[in-house]
Design a protein. Sequence first.
Length: 187
Amino acid sequence: MAAFPAYPKTPRLDKTMIVTEKIDGTNSTVAIYHQDDVTVEHVDYIVGQHGNLCLFAGSRRRWITPDADNFGFAAWVAEHAEPLADRLGQGLHRGEWWGHRIQRGYGQPRKRWSLFRPDRYDPDPDGLWDVVPVITEREFSTSAVKAAARWLADNGSLAAPGWDRPEGVVAYHTAASQPFKYLIDKG
């Protein structure tokens, strides 16, 4: 018989949430692994290397390459492999690829990458990536989430100042390690 499958601890609802702007783009991942951890079946998905680190690009559901790309994200990762590996380090780094000709576009002249989890990341000093803008950080409450969405609807995008049609907000519940979205037009 296998070891007892313990029931996971239930997170408390009245813990901190970080409410950020939900940017309308396409979900994106940069995965950075040591070459010894890359399996043979994944070698074809490597988009860049730096030293003994291999870089992969992903969309929401799959690995992508410059030949089978998602709005040019894999090509961007390949082009910036060295600084991404140096500055982000090993692991999964998830964010939103957005801007020029992606979803709402936000009036941007170029594509941009904004990392989720502002409690984990800072914007890159050279502008390689941004971090999703924080609207508020406080104890979880649905009324605070709705108030943050109303504020964003009234004041416009923080990610793209001057853009008056932001999509919504994401409330990241720190105890549950889970994001929840609230869309301005749909609630």
